[in-house]
Design a protein around this ligand. Sequence first.
Ligand code: BTN
Length: 249
Amino acid sequence: PSIEYELEAPFSVEYHDAVESTNDLARERAVHGATDVAVVANEQRGSRGRLEREWSSPAGGIWISLVTRPAVAPARAPLYTLAAAVATARIAREAGVDAQIKWPNDVVVPVGDDGDYRKLAGILTEMEGETDRIDWLVVGIGINANLDASDLPDGATSVRDETGDDVDRRRFVQRLVEEFDRARGDLESVVSAWRELALTIGQRVRVERATGELVGDAVDVTETGALVLETDDGRTTVSAGDCEHLRPT
Ligand code: BTN
């Protein structure tokens, strides 16, 4: 494949043609002390999505996991997921895709004006650490790039389907890690950057949680990335980890 490469900055790349899951390899690297490594694959055979869901990763996508070791409290970990979503949406927009972010971590393309969308990319962040400090974070990003949406699960789209063109994956990855690097260096501005790209804010949504369902107007995100909902019973927040499904009503 044409994407066996070195990046200029700021992550070193470990490229594989086919793996089970780039997140699994990145976790191994993290456990052994690595940082600022990007594990990239052309194809994944056992890739994982949020909440133990399957994620489809045929050859032609961008499947990448970033290892970072921020010296911050675990409560701030969701900001790295938002940072990855912002970086992904920005680079997809550079490629001509009308990408927006569905809270907490889906990069989607809106369809019509009813809040409907197709999914372009997803993010799975995994971490280890003490109660007061993150040891490592693995931010896994899956982008349906040079693929036909017909080869992907229902509800998915791809850069190819949206623009009619394939992207240079090497360049896309280079830009993605640059944007992620910039965002992690300026976490304070991640939430406002996220708001600018958010499809969810302003929508009336139904959130499914293990502890029950919530319906309300999505009005904002907090400084740690939780969703602020205006429900009939007042204002409440939902953290990303508690959200099993979010749908426009
Ligand atoms: C989701 O939307 O549920 C998250 C999907 C995350 C997929 C990416 S692809 C690269 C990395 N490796 C994995 O096994 N998963 C993530």
